[in-house]
Structures are given as C-alpha cells and as structure tokens.
Design a protein around this ligand. Sequence first.
Ligand code: ADP
Length: 267
Amino acid sequence: NLSTKVQINSNDEIGSLASAINDLSIELNNYRTNRSELLANISHELRTPISYLKGYAQVIKDGQYKDEEELKVYSGIIEKESERLAKLIEELFELSKMEEGIINLYVQSIEVEEVIESALQKVELKAKKKNISLLYETEKGISSILTDGLRLEQILLNLLENAINYTEKGSISVETKKCKSGICITVEDTGLGIPEVDIPFIFDRFHRVEKSRSRHMGGTGLGLAIVFELVKQLEGTITVESELGKGSKFQLTLPDELQKKSYKNKN
Ligand code: ADP
C-alpha cells in the first residue's frame, strides 16, 4: 500500500533510505492522481462531441427538422463536431508521443524570418475574415538559427490562431529580437485577454478560460499544452503576460543552437 509510510528512526543510511522511499511513494501517488484526472478529462472531452453527434444524427434520422435550412444547420454541427473530435484525437496522440520523448527533431539552419512569414501567410485569410490586421517587425541582423523549422512554425501557428480566435478587433503583432539566450519572438494581440487566475494553468491540458467560447471556436484545449511541449523540445522557454479586455502577449525564446544532440538530421 503506497499510503503506508516507512517509519524513520535514525539519521543514518537506513534513515535516508526510508525517507527516499517515502518521497518516492508520494511521487507515485501524485502520478496516479494526475493520471486518473487526465483520463477523466479525456473521457469527458471525447464524450461531449460524441453526444452532439448522436443527438443531431437522431434528429435527422427521425426527420425532426422544419426545412432544408434547418437540416443544413444540423448537418453542419455534425460536420464541425466530427472535425473537432478528429483534431482532439490527433492532438492527444501527438502530446503523448512528445511526453514519451518519441518525436524526431529535424534540425537545420533555418531563417527565422522565413518561418515567421510562412506562418503569417497561412493565417492571413483567417485574420482577414475577422478584420484583424497582422503586423510583423524584426530587428536587423536576425539571421539563421539551428532548430527544427517545422516545429517552430507549428508553435507560431498555434499562437497566431489563438490570437485570432480570441481577438474581436484590432491587431496581432509578431516581433523578433536578439536576446541573451538566442532569439525572442513575441506574439501580441489586442484581444480578450486571460484572467490573472488562469495564467498559471494556461499551458495545462484542457485548461480553458471559457469552455463555451473555446468550443465555439472548435478549440480542443490542447493547443497551448502542445506549444509548451514543443518549446521544451526546442530547448526554449515560453511565458505569457495578459490583461483581461486588453490583450495577451506570448514571448518565446529559442537558443541559437540546440544543445541536445539526440535529434535526427534531415540528411
Ligand atoms: P483552445 O483549443 O481552447 O484554444 P489552447 O490550449 O490553445 O486551447 O488555449 C487554452 C485557453 O487559453 C483557450 O481556451 C483560451 O481561453 C485561452 N487563450 C489562449 N490564447 C489566448 C489569447 N491569445 N487570448 C486570450 N485567451 C487565450
């Protein structure tokens, strides 16, 4: 039984062994609690879209709709919820692979500017639809770094998509600078902001400021958890500052070169 503690009667080697065993059992218990919390979260997250799918499929099957228009709305919900479900499963799989440390990094010399521009291009249409302007500013002399360019783009896309999703009006600006530990990239928006109480948990799996808002956007609550893991793999750091109603600023730092040599090179 892991809740049984080993009694510590001495300060010698046996005493420290007993204390190490006690620490280990606390850690194991925490791990078990986290794991069952995670499983509860996952099953809840999977159950919700499935109940929508079932409900609306039944409505359609039983012909409980007024007209073609309503039928279109209901099938639209089914389509959207299936997409969300697929995204959720894919992201869960990706997260678990990353946490097990089984992702391959393809490290190359990449032009930071090119990666940022490519990410900005991909979200341009989405921003345009909401009338949000995208701004990009870079310090002179930002050159290439040794990292995984596709992973960096994935991080930026997640941050940019969130910025667009959670901004009603205004702009999103990306800025790059040289900094002590390598390069700093900030993604700042003039959006809804994140309440102070949520900030410490914002990179946790399934943590959302407002569930219904995120659901409406097709969110899974896993985007920032993936960002956090990816940043870790790239040996960087990520922090956030935010003010409710004013906007959020995510700051990413990446080293000029990865220290860990366990990555695969493309060639
Ligand atoms: P989701 O799929 O819900 O967007 P994320 O992990 O990407 O999941 O983000 C977690 C939560 O953090 C979101 O539900 C949202 O409430 C909040 N959030 C993330 N980015 C921003 C942002 N730029 N502005 C305001 N809130 C944000």
